[in-house]
Design a protein around this ligand. Structure first.
Ligand code: SAH
Length: 347
C-alpha cells in the first residue's frame, strides 16, 4: 500500500475519482503534500474528503528532539515514525544552501565494522513517504528565511540504513523528491550513498533520476575492505569499481568515493598509492573522513592534519581528493550515534 506522503498525481487522481471527487482536487492535495501537510489540515478541502483521506496510511515522520551544535550551525534531529520507530537526520548549513542527511532504514543489516547504525541490525525499511516526511518535517521546523521557498536545498542519503537495500522505496523517493509537483529538488543536489550493492547500482541508472552516486569504499583492496565491510564478501572490488565507472560514464556525473581513514588499517601511504591506481581513468573524487570513533567499536580515526596528508598523496597521483568538513561532532553527528543513545536512555 502506497502511503499518501509519496503518492503521485496520477495515483491520487485515480483514488479521488473512486470517491467521486472532481479532478481539480488532485492539484490541491498535491500542493499540501509537497509541504507535508496531513489531510485533516488541508483547509481548502471539504470536511468529508479530509476525513476520508485521513484514514489512509500517511507515512509521517515527526521531529521529537533537536540538538543544535555549539560549534557550527548543524542541527541533529530524532524523528519518530508512526509505529514508534526512531530514525535520525542532520541539517547542515553551507554558504550555497542547506543539506539534509536522511535515513532510509531503521537500523541497517550491512554490518560495517565502524558504523553505529548497524549495531542492532535492521528493524525495518522506511517507506518513500517517510523519507519525504523527514524533509518536509525539517521544512516546517526550520522555515526558510529571506523569502526563499525551501530550507532544504540538498539531500544526502547518508543517515541510518542502506538505500539500495530498500530499493523500491528509494527509487520512489528519488522520483518524488525531484518531481515538479513533489519536492522539486534537482537530482544534482541529491546524493545517494551505498556500501556497494553492485546489481542495484546498474539498475538505478535505469530506474531513477541521475543523482550523485557516493560509494563507501574505505579500502584500496579486497583484503582491507573484507576487514571493514562484510558486503565486500558478496561484491568484490573487481565488480564494484567498474559499476561506479559505468555510472559515471552513462550519467556524466562524477562519482564520489568515500574513504574513512582508520588508524593502522587503511591510512598508510601505500594505501593511497594503491587506491590511486584503482581509480585511474574514472570521473571521480575521493572524500576523506577521519573515522568518527564509535564507543562500541574499537577502531580509531586519524587527525585532520593526517587526513590532509593522505589527500596530498592522492593529489600527487592526480586523483582529486578533499577532507570532508567536520560538522556537529559535539552532537553525535555520525550516523546512528544519537539513535542508539536515545534507545539506551529509554530502555
Ligand atoms: N549505507 C550507506 C549510507 C549510510 S552511511 C553507505 O554505506 O554508504 C554514510 C557514510 O558514513 C558511509 O560512507 C559510511 O561508511 C560512513 N560512516 C559510517 N560510520 C562512520 C564512522 N564511524 N566514521 C566515519 N564515517 C562513517
Amino acid at each position: 500500500m502506497i502511503d499518501l506522503a509519496s503518492i503521485t498525481k496520477e495515483e491520487l487522481t485515480e483514488l479521488l475519482a473512486k470517491h467521486g471527487q472532481p479532478a481539480f482536487r488532485a492539484k490541491q492535495v498535491m500542493e499540501w503534500l509537497a509541504r507535508g501537510v496531513r489531510p485533516l489540515d488541508m483547509s481548502n478541502l471539504p470536511k468529508a474528503l479530509r476525513e476520508k483521506l485521513s484514514e489512509l496510511p500517511f507515512g509521517g515522520a515527526e521531529i521529537i528532539d533537536v540538538r543544535h551544535s555549539q560549534k557550527d550551525d548543524t542541527a541533529k534531529m530524532l524523528y519518530e515514525l508512526e509505529d514508534g520507530n526512531i530514525v535520525e537526520g542532520v541539517l547542515m548549513r553551507y554558504s550555497y544552501g542547506n543539506t539534509l542527511c536522511i535515513s532510509t532504514q531503521a537500523g541497517c543489516r550491512m554490518g560495517c565494522a565502524f558504523c553505529a547504525s548497524t549495531l542492532n541490525g535492521r528493524v525495518r525499511d522506511l517507506t518513500a513517504g517517510e523519507m519525504l516526511s523527514e524533509v518536509t518535517a525539517v521544512e516546517r521546523a526550520f522555515p526558510a528565511d529571506d523569502g526563499k521557498k525551501r530550507t532544504v536545498t540538498n539531500i544526502v542519503m547518508m543517515g541510518c540504513g542502506e538505500p539500495l537495500d530498500n530499493y523500491e522505496n528509494t527509487v520512489r523517493f528519488l522520483r518524488r523528491a525531484t518531481a515538479a509537483d513533489g519536492l522539486a529538488i534537482s537530482p544534482r543536489n541529491i546524493s545517494l550513498s551505498t556500501c556497494g550493492l553492485v546489481p542495484k547500482i546498474y539498475q538505478l541508472i535505469e530506474d531513477a533520476p541521475h543523482v550523485t552516486l557516493c560509494i563507501s569504499l574505505h579500502a584500496p583492496n579486497n583484503d582491507v575492505r573484507d576487514r571493514l565491510m562484510p558486503v565486500n564478501k558478496s561484491f568484490r572490488m573487481e565488480e564494484l569499481i567498474p559499476a561506479a565507472k559505468h555510472y559515471a560514464d552513462v550519467t556524466g556525473r562524477r562519482v564520489i568515493f568515500e574513504y574513512a581513514l582508520v588508524d593502522g588499517v587503511n591510512a598508510y601511504e601505500e594505501c593511497a598509492a594503491e587506491l590511486a591506481e584503482r581509480l585511474r581513468g574514472i570521473n571521480c573524487h575521493v572524500n576523506l573522513i577521519p573515522l568518527n570513533s564509535v564507543k562500541e567499536r574499537d577502531l580509531l580515526g586519524v587527525t585532520r592534519a593526517y587526513a590532509h596528508t593522505f589527500a596530498g598523496w592522492l593529489e600527487k597521483r592526480h586523483i582529486s581528493a578533499t577532507v570532508r568538513r567536520e560538522l556537529g561532532t559535539d552532537i553525535d553527528g555520525a550516523c546512528g550515534q544519537l539513535r542508539n543513545k536515545h534507545a539506551e536512555e529509554n530502555s
